[in-house]
Write a protein that binds this ligand. Structure first.
Ligand code: EPZ
Length: 418
């Protein structure tokens, strides 16, 4: 099993360019099967989740592949509308192909993606919204058979929770539905506006993306376009946490305060100085972090659940006590058991973690429980005394491009081992 071997205690300094966004690129790749013709997604990150999405597009009959830092997709000959279990299981968010397949073919067959490391992750909101647009859905042996023989029809849809994936599926399905769709309580994450901007460049008529109410006026068909994937705000936060715990001074090229707005104040509370200049956002850490007191994860523009583990690591070596309340997923504290092996003082109860900062963590052998828990354990290894071995780094490969290379360029002592 691939692992990272990290020798802690090295201060990070210098500059890095943050990768393209995983959570931005995945719905954009799904959208490629909706639009007819060629699409080029520039700055598309080299991640195993992106590879999995390209595998699905290829299976559906698209010509898809990497060309330098872009992924180019020609969906002209797309002809399949079912996704086999093997490909569905490779990536949880493959459910976001549903809306695109219904919009393109009026049919879709996929397995209901199982719960994954961080929670049950049901897709009831996705299915309810597709039904509201005129889709008939039956389940046969763990497979969802979706069809809209009379075509998708615009509808007024209210999400009981501002689900990111359900919002993306509604945008994808509503683009070519007959009539107008109004989506209420839509997710407001930046990735939603990015998807809408891309779809509008392909000829869609979407208004209000990024707000809680989005309106889509159906059009006949969409054509391919070129798009540059935004930088990954979640990966950026991980690199900031790495600088924070190593007394570091790092410039994140291309990042702006706006892109990181929900985490700026919590970082500043720890004593980190954040400075914006024309090249990017610079973070300068104190000798020892202060406690951020408490953070509670919320839908955007609240504190992002995907950055929760980074702050758990920061709290574990800060002066004082930090409290984290995880409101989005029901099982996202698994990394804390691994941190405890490194000497952290953490108590978790349901959705609450109480972290008493210690002077220093010590190296240990730990196991990535999921994508963001794994990257957070690497951050912990960077500041721990001694050597840390992080196992199960296939999770990290899903969301971080050249993670060890980027950290080593900043002065970390990290190698990839077997
Ligand atoms: C997206 O997942 C992201 N993934 C997640 O990032 C992120 O944590 C999440 O949004 C929240 O911001 C991608 O964009 C690929 P949700 P998604 O639907 O769409 C419940 C990472 O580490 N829910 O907003 O799956 C769900 O169980 C990943 O990069 C339902 O109950 O998130 C969860 O508790 C992890 N029924 C909450 O809503 C549904 O039908 C938020 O889920 C859908 C969701």
């Amino acid at each position: 099993m691939a692992c990272y071997i990290i020798e802690g205690g090295n201060r990070l300094s210098g500059e890095i360019t943050v990768q393209g966004s995983k959570n931005g690129s995945l719905p954009l790749l799904s959208a490629c099967v909706l639009v007819r013709g060629e699409t080029a997604l520039k700055n598309c990150p080299r991640l195993t989740d992106v590879d999995a999405a390209v595998n699905i597009l290829t299976y559906l009959g698209c010509k898809a592949g990497r060309c330098g830092d872009s992924v180019v997709v020609d969906s002209t000959d797309a002809c399949e509308c079912d996704i086999p279990d093997s490909l569905m299981q490779e990536m949880r968010s493959s459910v976001v192909f549903l809306g695109a397949l219904l919009g393109r073919f009026g049919r879709a067959e996929l397995s209901s993606p199982g719960g994954c490391e961080i929670g049950l992750r049901p897709i009831d909101l996705h299915l309810e919204a597709m039904r509201a647009l005129g889709t008939k859905i039956t389940e046969e042996g763990g497979r969802l058979i979706c069809s809209c023989p009379d075509g998708l029809k615009g509808a007024r849809i209210t999400l009981s929770f501002p689900s990111v994936g359900a919002t993306e599926n509604v945008l994808l399905a509503a683009c070519t539905a007959k009539g107008e769709t109004v989506l209420i309580n839509a997710a407001r994450e930046p990735e939603i506006k990015e998807l809408a901007d891309f779809l509008n460049a392909c000829g869609a008529k979407i208004k209000g993306a990024g707000e809680s109410i989005i309106t889509v006026e159906g059009v006949k068909a969409l054509c391919g376009a070129e798009h540059t994937v935004s930088r990954d705000r979640i990966a950026a936060c991980t690199f900031m946490a790495a600088a924070a715990v190593t007394k570091g001074d790092v410039l994140l090229c291309g990042m702006t305060q706006d892109m990181l707005m929900p985490v700026l104040e919590p970082f500043e509370k720890t004593g980190c100085k954040l400075m914006q200049d024309t090249r990017g956002l610079r973070i300068k850490a104190p000798e020892r972090l202060l406690s951020f007191s408490s953070v509670r994860t919320m839908p955007y523009p609240g504190f992002p659940t995907d950055s929760q583990a980074d702050f758990g690591v920061m709290a574990s070596v800060a002066h004082g006590t930090g409290v984290i309340i995880e409101n989005i997923f029901e099982n996202r504290f698994k990394y804390t058991a691994e941190l405890t092996k490194m000497g952290a003082d953490i108590r978790t109860e349901g959705r609450v973690a109480v972290i008493q900062g210690v002077k220093a963590l010590h190296g240990a052998q730990v196991f990535s429980p999921d994508l963001r828990g794994g990257s957070a354990l690497v951050v912990a290894g960077l500041c721990a005394k001694g050597v840390t071995r992080v196992n199960g780094i296939h999770y990290i490969d899903r969301g971080y491009e050249n993670f060890d290379g980027q950290l080593a360029a900043l002065g970390a002592k990290i190698i990839r081992g077997e």
